[in-house]
Design a protein around this ligand. Sequence first.
Ligand code: ADP
Ligand code: MG
Length: 615
Amino acid sequence: MPDKIHLLPDAVANQIAAGEVVQRPASVVKELMENAIDAGATQIRLVVKDSGKTLIQVIDNGSGMSDTDSRMCFERHATSKIKKAEDLFHIVTKGFRGEALASIAAIAQVEMRTRLSGEELGTIIEIEGSKVKSQEPGQTSEGTNFMVRNLFYNVPARRYFLKSDAIELRHIIDEFQRVALTHPDIEFSFHHNGTEVFMLPAVVLRQRIVHVLGSRYNEKLVPVDESTEIVSVSGFIGKPEVSKKTRGEQFFFVNNRFIRSAYLHHAVMAAFDSLLPTGNFPLYILYLTIDPEQIDINIHPTKTEIKFQDERAIYAILHAAVKRALGKFNIAPSLDFEQETAISVSPLRTGQEIHIPEVKVNHDFNPFESKPVKESPLPGWFEQRERNAEGWKELMSISDKFSNKPQGIVQPESNHPHQMAMSDLRPEDDYQPFQLHRRYIACQAENGLMLIDQQRGHRRILFEKYSLQLEQGKGLSQQILFPEEIKLSPADYAIADSSIHYLHALGFEIKLLPDLILEVSGIPADAPSMNITKVIEEILGQLKNEYAGINLAAREKMAWICARNASISYGQMLTTPEMKELINSLFACKMPYTSEHNKPTVLNLELQMLEQQFR
Ligand code: ADP
Ligand code: MG
């Protein structure tokens, strides 16, 4: 039998390798920028067209390459950065595998112009699908100018699977930011389709962070600085007030490489503890320096996970470092947190208590407690009440334990609200609602008393309205008297630019002005008291996190953000017609019984249960 094994032609082997190294335009951006840094550049310019699908260009003023090296650098496993296996443990450069350029040249049309310092002429080389088209001496500025055109031109399947321009641009911005945040001493710029997205002069780290993430963080950064034998931690955390509901402003760098780590993230979250509003993520940009022998550095170029030898110690040190930083700047209260919660619950203890016989409940929670409602409640007061509303659930679950079938309080199963017969929970036709503690709307129902959480109910109504608008791509807008100008971070500005139709669909009238200003002249209808800046920032944060594309779930999240910020709150007095309107609109919803996070909007106290209580 004849031999059948043969070596793959280089072009094929490179194309296979490229599948791993180059997943999308952003991967090319990362590799080229890192090469420029490794070449000692002090100035790096990134120029991108059509989110990298048409052109990715990186121009640096680094070392440049000789004529021979200009050809060599496109060979697989060609690198100037390591020579022998031991070097792997002392890597000071970003690259070391010598794979990137070979991969990129296999799946794109590449032109490289490079000149060594002191040489008069440089080299201009064109390579396409791993084949050198031309190589000749030519005029070019000192350093390297790398142009990658028509990525995946010869891998149609890969090209086809690229995401929308908006999403690919977001990936590029992410890579750009990560590189920029590790090298504040290098000047960077980034242009997309002829528009300047970032212009970052060489500065100190703190300023670089502000330039990258936005000037509103200027006063909000708290330095972290902790040096131990195992690891040094430095960088900045954001004060709790700049924390956000959406992720995207959390950065860990280990030995100046961006990494992701749920474990380390947890350490930071735990250090912030109760300082953050529930569901919020703090801003952090933290740099860990560890002896390279203590980590597995030979990680895949596109992977961002890392293995530490002593993970627990690093967790503990990081946690302590963040905690100390918060304490030093007087952000963390010196009070014990346990104590704190006890204090915050106390106002509810002062009221009279009604014991519900036979059913064991949380006695601290008392829905009928008569306590004067403050005209303008202190912030936090309602939040706390909201938490206590959880008492209902407790009440429910405990009463379940005492009888086999749920009795007394009927609450539709939140997972299947639509399975609940509407008539079960509807108010009676001719009803007179009244407001309870400016929090619930109470009215007579067929079989008892119905309570509607006014805020949750209103949110459900608005959510369905905004969802529909998003789906149809057209939102109703109301003009505001004085247009509001919001200063955005460069990344948010680029994202707003590429996703403006979603904002329009929600009902925002928006224009992008020069100098990273977003002008809002109209807001969604039915949202009179919306905090516009906050909503826009939350929505942009949400859009930034949607790498999978704007799917149903993402649209729903945006609709909830709007609904949450536009709804009436607790404490708001409602007239009878307003209550009726709210009730009618709620029961006209597709899913009236739940609000955000599947929380119930409606509770029914059945007559049967009331009778029992009065026994
Ligand atoms: P690696 O970075 O892992 O060494 P690459 O394929 O990215 O592999 O690059 C191969 C080699 O080409 C590098 O080792 C370096 O010597 C050279 N090189 C790449 N980009 C530049 C650049 N912008 N300036 C100077 N030399 C470069
Ligand atoms: Mg490289």
